[in-house]
Design a protein around this ligand. Sequence first.
Ligand SMILES: [Fe+2]
Ligand SMILES: [Fe+2]
Length: 329
Amino acid sequence: MPILNLTEAAVKGKVSEGTVLINAVPSIRSGKKNDFMVGNFLSQDAQFEFRVWEEEIYSTIQAHGSGIYDVEVIGSEYNGFYFTVRRVEVSRNENISKHDFLPKIPADQIKNNWRNAMAKLRDLGTTEACWQLIQTVLNAPELEGRFTIEGAAIYYHDNKIGGLVNHTTKTLNILAAILENNPELQECADLLAFAVTVHDIGKVFEYDDLAPAKYWYANHRVRGIEFIALFKDAIIDLYDETFYRQVQSVISGHHGDFGDRPTSIAAAIVHYIDTLESQTTGLLQSMLQTKSDQIRFGDWGFLEPLPIDRFKSIPEDSPEALEAYFTEK
Ligand SMILES: [Fe+2]
Ligand SMILES: [Fe+2]
């Protein structure tokens, strides 16, 4: 059975079959009549929610956990799009592996964006010594090179291979804008750049190829603080204990009200940077992926999508422009 093209299958009422990846163990929820299963299919270009209403169908997934399955689905819609699973079997195709499904951010794109962010921050007060320290930390053998591989999340934002470094780069870009707007912060540029770089570093240990890792429950803030302790002496030698403690406060407080409350201005600033970046990316991802006219977003209900393509400029000499010239009044 071929890999199911989720994007093509995601039409209300359309029945499709194919092979899918369930990367994280789905949850069971209580419905009005019976319990049902809610999970996600993950593919190179999209992630879609699925539901299984009958226990005799979802018991197969319960028994085998995350993995590759052959399914028959029908596109459904109620408060947003999802697939209803009508049939499921464990895939026996040995030529398909998990990596055939995982979405990836191209390595060149990651490198270029990282270099650009670094160049901006160099002009805004960060020192060479800071970037060397960052390099040493990111190359630590304990990370096994996975800072550039792991995703930033399992659901919602930058849940792709390379997503963690992508999210981190975008938070560094936002930091650059903040340093530019508030020159008085520039003397703390090293502290803020270092703290932003490592704020989510513990995700290397919390996730494993976009799924929860074995010890996921000791979350990435805890694991980040534990990891950074390996560099305590090096950080204190280069700066001082205040710098080190402030970095710890950023890692522990960067989730704002959804974790330990921020206890320093640095933690509060990084929390806002992190929220702006992750929420913007999450919203755009759902907007580009969804086929319905509106996006459901947390407590705000439905949001109207941006009119993407409507205001795109068309080069004057393109075939589209020529056609428009003859067809438009
Ligand atoms: Fe985080
Ligand atoms: Fe983050």
